[in-house]
Every structure is written in C-alpha cells, then in structure tokens.
Write a new protein. Structure first.
Length: 252
C-alpha cells in the first residue's frame, strides 16, 4: 500500500469518511498541499497530529469537502427548474443533497414560496456538520447574497448591520440533517433531488451507484437536478432521461 492509500485508510478509521470513493488525483493534491503547508513531511506524521489537534482536523475536513455555494447558482438553470416545477402542478417533495451552507435549499424554498408550492419541508443534507450549523443560522454576508434578486432579498431576508439573515418564513421550510451520500440510506418518494457540484469529486463507479440510488428515490416523473459541470457520459441512466440541460426526469 502506498503512503496516501495508507493515509486514506487511517482517515476512514478516524472519521468514517472513505476517501477512496473520491477521485484520487485531485484529493491527493489538495491534501498533500495542506499537509505541506502545515509543516508535516509525511502522512504518518500528519495523521498523528490530526488525532491530537481538532483545529487541524477541522481544517482538513474543510479542504476535503469544498463547501462553496451560491444562491441560485447558474441562474438560467433555475429559470428552467421554475418552469418544470410549475408544470408538475403539485407541492413537490424536495431533497437538496450536499447542500453546504444552505444557499441551495433556501433558494429552493424561496422558489417554492414564490410558486405557492411550499407545503412540504425541504430536506437539506450534507456530510459536514459545521456547514450545516452555518446553514441553520442562515446568516450571509454581502458577497454571498449577490445572486439574489432585490425583490426576493427584500422579502425573504432581514438586514442586520452588514449581514443578511434569512427570514423565519423561509428557514422553517428547510430541515437540515447530516447525511453521507456514500453510506447512509436515501429518503424515498421524492419529486425533486437537487445534487449539485459534489458528484464531480467522486469516482465514476461511485457516481453510477449514486445515480441509481437517486433514481430509486424519485417518484415517477420526478426530477434530478445536477451541477453545470456534471455529465453522465457513458453511464447507465436507467429510467432517467434528460429534460433540460443538467436535469433528468424519471419515466412516468
Ligand atoms: C461544492 S459544495 C456544493 C454545494 C451546493 N450543492 C452547490 O452546488 O452550490 C459540495 C458539498 O458536498 C459535500 N459533500 C462532500 N462529500 C459528501 C458526501 N459523501 N456526502 C454528502 N455530502 C458530501 C461537502 O461537504 C460540500 O458541502
């Protein structure tokens, strides 16, 4: 076993996170850079330090999960989603998987409120408890709220000094739960799964398994919405077919 493979095994024992399911070159580069920056020359040295130092571990978790997000990320896709949801004509059961700090599920909540389709709470999950805490707080700085239309900002956020707090009306539409896409059970009976900008980090084999599990989790006619760099080239889509760029619908 090479040193990075050994590190991945030790990391799994410490955290339960299986790094072998993520694309190795990017992960190895990112984590080796971080290790070097912190002054550890080998992975065994680094792992010993990680066991003793919570801040070092938090930093590593941050690096491996990449939590960047935006409200209404890729706005043209959201216009398309709005049209598909309106055509569904019912209040959808929604899962925002790998939701990071809440921008995505809150965007969904605002969209559903706008469409008058907000009956069921949105399930929003992520592997990283620290981002989920930030998501629950729902407080964002100026650069983070740039993607939000002024009209929505006025109605769904409270200005507090130079920060913006999501209003309770939107917050209570979203339920945040810790969930690991690689090992935990998936919720079922969904009409919309939004899983964006995380599948790119997984190996093709893992991506295929997740795709199949998403497909079983969807109701007939349900939609899977993925990130704007994510493609399923050469993968078996099962009963999903493309309905719009980066959106797939399960056969009715
Ligand atoms: C780049 S963010 C995507 C945020 C949001 N979906 C978006 O597109 O703006 C990727 C998120 O995936 C989460 N993640 C990474 N591995 C995961 C796993 N195995 N299960 C669930 N979430 C995971 C990370 O914690 C991070 O918050």
């Amino acid at each position: 076993m090479d040193e990075f493979a050994w590190f991945m095994e030790q990391f799994r024992l410490l955290t339960g996170i299986d790094l072998t399911r993520y694309k190795r070159p990017q992960m190895e580069r990112r984590l080796t850079n971080l290790r070097d920056r912190r002054g550890y020359r080998t992975f065994p040295e680094y792992i010993e330090a990680l066991k003793l130092n919570r801040a070092l571990m938090d930093e590593l978790l941050d690096k491996m999960t990449i939590n960047v997000s935006e409200f209404f990320r890729n706005p043209e896709r959201w216009t398309q989603l709005r049209a598909l949801l309106s055509a569904m004509g019912k209040s959808p059961r929604v899962w925002s998987a790998a939701c990071a700090s809440g921008e995505e599920p809150y965007s969904l909540a605002m969209l559903l409120l706008e469409l008058g389709l907000h009956q069921h709470p949105i399930l929003a999950t992520d592997i990283d408890e620290r981002v989920l805490q930030r998501a629950e707080e729902g407080i964002y700085a100026e650069p983070q709220i740039r993607g939000i239309d002024q009209n929505l900002l006025d109605r769904y956020f409270l200005r507090e000094a130079d920060m913006y707090r999501i209003r309770e009306q939107v917050r209570k539409q979203v339920q945040f739960v810790k969930h690991n896409l690689l090992v935990d059970d998936y919720p079922q009976g969904l009409d919309l799964i939004v899983c964006r900008n995380v599948l790119i980090y997984f190996t093709d084999q893992t991506k295929q398994q997740i795709l199949e599990r998403f497909c079983s989790a969807l109701n007939p006619g349900g939609i899977l919405f993925v990130g704007s760099t994510e493609q399923f080239l050469g993968m078996n889509l099962g009963s999903l077919s493309p309905v719009a760029p980066f959106m797939y619908q399960k056969a009715k």
